[in-house]
Design a protein around this ligand. Structure first.
Ligand code: CO8
Length: 259
């Protein structure tokens, strides 16, 4: 069945897929169905050999304004526990291919957390990032207190989480939350440009490198270095390693196959 709240373009450009969050009337508020559709689409693209990099966007006004408050408002703690909505987030965390968030307008609450769950963030000058859950009597629940703090440090994360204040794209860039800021009409094309550069690399090396960088957040330095070394050795079992190094020696552009 076609998804209702997202639009999927498996080949928007060669080797690049695009998923657009599509609940414009609700500023792309992340209801349960949207998150399930997003999980399923990402899993399918992760399996698709033609796809090497995925761009996730909203529209110009909003990447996503958070979890769907109307859907959550009447829930009890036990409802929330039984719904187990974070299993979709855990599944998205396991996607092996790189995901670039292309953010314009609001990236708030779960929307900011979803952008941070991606591997890189390209933002429009209009982007606003925030964790305003405190203003509705709760707190971030999908990684905001952890990923934001790791990205921008304690001082700014604490201020954003405790006051709900938004930061601009420029502030987010200076704080290390995002990769680049571009004029509003370029946020998507710039994300595609970044995706194209990644798609030119060996897909295997890209996946293993992503996995190793993410380990930096979940392990000690010693464990992380061990993991990195294992992936580095493993890549010497690939055709792409032979091709990449031979192409360098022959002064030509490598042709990577993901084998
Ligand atoms: N949930 C549900 N509906 C929303 C949401 C939301 N998060 N955000 C906006 N909408 C709806 C509005 O209710 C409105 O609907 P309607 O037209 O039917 O009244 C429509 O979208 C347009 O919104 P506004 O009229 O408010 O637009 P403005 O431009 O005036 O304001 C704002 C834009 C500032 C973004 C404002 O809408 C706002 O403050 N939104 C809520 C932001 C927020 O608090 N986000 C955090 C939510 S809690 C959360 O994310 C917890 C995350 C942890 C779990 C993650 C699991 C997915």
């Amino acid at each position: 069945m076609a998804p209702e709240f997202i639009i999927v373009h498996p080949q928007v450009l060669p080797h690049i897929a695009h998923i657009q969050l599509n609940r414009p009337q609700e500023l792309n508020a992340l209801n349960l169905q949207l998150m399930l559709e997003l999980r399923d689409a990402l899993r399918a693209l992760d399996e698709d050999e033609q796809v090497r990099c995925i761009v996730l966007s909203g529209n110009e006004k909003a990447f996503a304004a958070g979890a769907d408050i109307k859907q959550m408002a009447g829930k009890t703690a036990i409802d929330m526990y039984n719904t187990d909505q974070f299993s979709t987030w855990d599944a998205i965390k396991k996607i092996k291919k790189p995901i670039i968030a292309a953010v314009s307008g609001f990236a708030l609450g779960g929307g900011c957390e979803l952008a941070m769950l991606c591997d890189m963030i390209v933002a429009s000058e209009t982007a606003k990032f925030g964790q305003p859950e405190i203003k509705i009597g709760v707190m971030p629940g999908a990684g905001g207190t952890q990923r934001l703090t790791r990205a921008v440090g304690k001082a700014l994360a604490m201020e954003m989480v405790l006051t709900g204040k938004f930061i601009t794209a420029e502030e987010a860039l200076r704080a290390g939350l995002i990769n680049r800021v571009v004029p509003p009409d370029l946020f998507l094309s710039e994300a595609f440009r970044l995706a194209e550069t990644i798609a030119q690399q060996s897909p295997l090396a890209v996946k293993m490198a992503k996995e190793a960088v993410l380990r930096a957040f979940d392990s000690t330095l010693e464990e992380g270095l061990h993991f990195e070394r294992k992936n580095f050795y493993l890549l010497f079992a690939s055709d792409d390693q032979k091709e990449g190094m031979q192409a360098f020696i022959e002064k030509r552009t490598p042709v990577f196959t993901g084998k």
